[in-house]
Design a protein around this ligand. Structure first.
Ligand SMILES: Nc1nc2c(ncn2[C@@H]2O[C@H](COP(=O)(O)OP(=O)(O)O)[C@@H](O)[C@H]2O)c(=O)[nH]1
Ligand SMILES: [Mg+2]
Length: 275
């Protein structure tokens, strides 16, 4: 089980306790970026004498994407069969970890979805941004999934191997979309399972708001690359459309993207203006 932390002192105890009761046999890894609020010290105290909790301290805030890649490398290097990733702020519910893990056999990757059978219970601004980002992702990079952005995920070793050797072009939120695009293009089996997403327990978002706008740009460039692959006959979209799970409703996705895409663009400008 992995989470990244930056200023989660008020949430980290709950995360450790929650994950421990949901998955008692799991080993826990936390990458903390020298949080000024002392999250790293709390973790060190919890890890003392606890061989199943590993804390990696990085010297400064280095972003979520590199923290997740570090966890993937760690899982491979230490021979773990399954890696589950999630946020530490209470938005992802530890009690739903087992349903991700149970969905993995037969697949290489599982993402928790807030859309197809799942619930998004956060505030309106957040729901609009997420719906816009996911609607656009479905349109631009169809894979059959309804969720692309949340970090509540389970990986087998094959998908970890693919990702640690990939050339990522994006950071921030777009990193999470690019992971899915890489696994899809590699022909791995990707699926989703419903989750409930709630507002963070304490504190506020640590992701710079401008990243939302950057992510829209990154999505555009991934879409462009996908189109080039399609024109060279080297894309897996068609295959996904034929697979029972991955059947894509292009009309629905187009409607969804139009409905939310414009509000997301507007939202990203508002977010940038309010930085
Ligand atoms: N190590 C590390 N963790 C981060 C960084 N930015 C965010 N996080 C953690 O990543 C998770 C998601 O971040 P959050 O601020 O809730 O993002 P949001 O939910 O998209 O608003 C939380 O557990 C954060 O503490 C970072 O730069 N480094
Ligand atoms: Mg959050």
């Amino acid at each position: 089980m992995f989470t990244a932390t930056y200023e989660e002192a008020a949430n980290i105890n709950n995360w450790v306790q929650g994950v421990r009761s949901a998955a008692p046999d799991a080993h826990l890894l936390v990458v903390d970026d020298s949080s000024p609020d002392g999250t790293g010290d709390i973790l060190d105290a919890l890890a003392e004498g606890d061989a199943a909790l590993t804390v990696v301290h990085r010297p400064g805030k280095s972003g979520l994407a590199s923290a997740h890649l570090e966890a993937m490398r760690y899982a491979l290097d230490n021979d773990y069969e399954v890696l589950v990733t999630m946020d530490a702020d209470g938005s992802h519910l530890p009690e739903q970890v087992p349903s991700l893990v149970q969905a993995l056999p037969g697949h290489d990757f599982v993402i928790g979805t807030r859309y197809r059978g799942g619930r998004h219970k956060a505030g309106l601004f957040r729901r609009t941004l997420s719906a816009g980002a996911n609607g656009l992702s479905r349109l631009v990079l169809p894979t059959g999934l309804s969720e692309y952005t949340t970090s509540f995920r389970a990986f087998d070793r094959q998908s970890l191997n693919e990702l640690v050797h990939a050339d990522f072009t994006s950071g921030g939120y777009a990193f999470f979309v690019e992971c899915i695009e890489i696994l899809h293009q590699a022909g791995l089996s990707i699926t989703e399972t419903p989750i409930d997403f709630v507002d963070r327990m304490h504190g506020s978002s640590k992701i710079p708001k401008g990243q939302v706008f950057m992510s829209v740009m990154a999505l555009g460039s991934m879409g462009w690359r996908r189109m080039r692959r399609m024109s060279s006959g080297n894309d897996r979209t068609e295959r996904a459309a034929r697979e029972p799970y991955g059947r894509i409703d292009f009309q629905r996705d187009r409607n969804c993207a139009c409905k939310y895409g414009s509000s997301m663009l507007l939202g990203s400008f508002v977010a940038m203006a309010s930085r």
